[in-house]
Write a protein that binds this ligand. Structure first.
Ligand SMILES: Cc1ncc(C[n+]2csc(CCOP(=O)(O)OP(=O)(O)O)c2C)c(N)n1
Ligand SMILES: [Mg+2]
Length: 279
């Protein structure tokens, strides 16, 4: 009880520091992203939407919290469940819909469906690629380019907990730490990679502590933490160019293909956010 009260007090303090217009924008995005996700799943189940969809339901707070502090020239490297992060970065709803139906006015000009969406030349979001976490090394490249050109931009990459067991994840963190690159690493830990639980993915209690291996501080935000806290941590990481990882329980299914490998948790999602700062 006392802990809950302390958490609420802390959240209220953080919320008071967020300007009103940004709070309104965040609320708008939270509702929009949730509604959009639900609507697409309904259309899919009605057989009106081709392909497969990956729901990010329950992860919107993290996405919006970490993306809102980014500027227009900062880049985002998302993975399969991060459409709401891309929406927060500025993607146009009509073009997203066109993408879902593989139309020419979609972001990939009809070359793919919703899973592989991105708007590099507009809102600086890298097109989602299937091989996890393939966006991580590319984010390193972008951040390295910013550093070499003396540009003040930041790259932010997002992946799930399962992707952190892949070698690319470790190489990316290592490289970014050695060269002190301006990257924010975000890991959405929804506790499972398909059916594989966290304890079969990594031998440490939290992803955040893996940051120590790369000489970065790691921070975890756990529980029903409000999005302003996530925003504040992201902002801090961006101001001191950083690497971060976030985690939360997804409330939807693994994928709307036939393969759903774990029971669905009906409760509201739990949020864990781990941030690892390069300096
Ligand atoms: C290198 C690689 N291996 C396997 C897959 C197949 N795959 C797609 S999503 C997924 C689960 C990933 O789990 P996680 O990173 O925790 O993301 P979540 O779906 O839980 O958000 C897997 C194994 C892939 N896309 N890339
Ligand atoms: Mg996962």
């Amino acid at each position: 009880m006392a802990r809950t009260q302390t958490r609420q007090d802390e959240q209220q303090k953080v919320e008071r520091r967020v300007p009103d217009d940004e709070l309104k924008r965040a609320l708008y995005l939270l509702k929009l992203c949730r509604y959009f996700d639900e609507r697409m799943e309904t259309l899919y189940r009605q057989g009106k939407l081709p392909g497969a969809i990956y729901s990010g339901r329950g992860q919107e707070g993290t996405h919006i919290g970490v993306v809102l502090p980014l500027g227009p020239d900062d880049s985002l490297f998302p993975t399969h469940r991060d459409l709401s992060a891309q929406m927060a970065k500025g993607l146009d709803l009509k073009r997203i819909m066109a993408q879902f139906w593989g139309r020419i006015d979609g972001y990939t000009r009809g070359r793919d469906g919703n899973s592989h969406i991105g708007d590099w030349y507009g809102n600086k979001t890298w097109t989602v690629m299937s091989h996890l976490p393939i966006a991580y090394p590319v984010a390193v490249g972008a951040a390295w380019a910013y550093q070499r050109r003396g540009e003040p931009h930041v790259a932010m990459a997002i992946c799930g907990d399962g992707a952190t067991s892949n070698g690319r994840w470790h190489e990316s963190l290592n490289w970014s730490a050695i060269y002190r690159l301006p990257v924010v690493w975000v890991v959405n830990n929804n506790l499972y990679a398909y059916s594989t639980p966290n304890e079969l993915e990594f031998p440490v209690p939290t992803i955040a502590e893996r940051a120590a291996a790369y000489g970065m501080p790691g921070v975890r935000v756990d529980g029903p933490t409000s999005w302003p806290s996530r925003r504040q941590r992201a902002r801090r990481s961006i101001e001191r160019p950083a690497a971060s990882a976030t985690t939360r329980n997804r409330s939807g299914k693994a994928a709307t293909t036939s393969r759903v490998a774990r029971p669905i948790d009906p409760v509201e999602p739990r949020t864990l956010i781990d941030f690892m700062a390069n300096w």
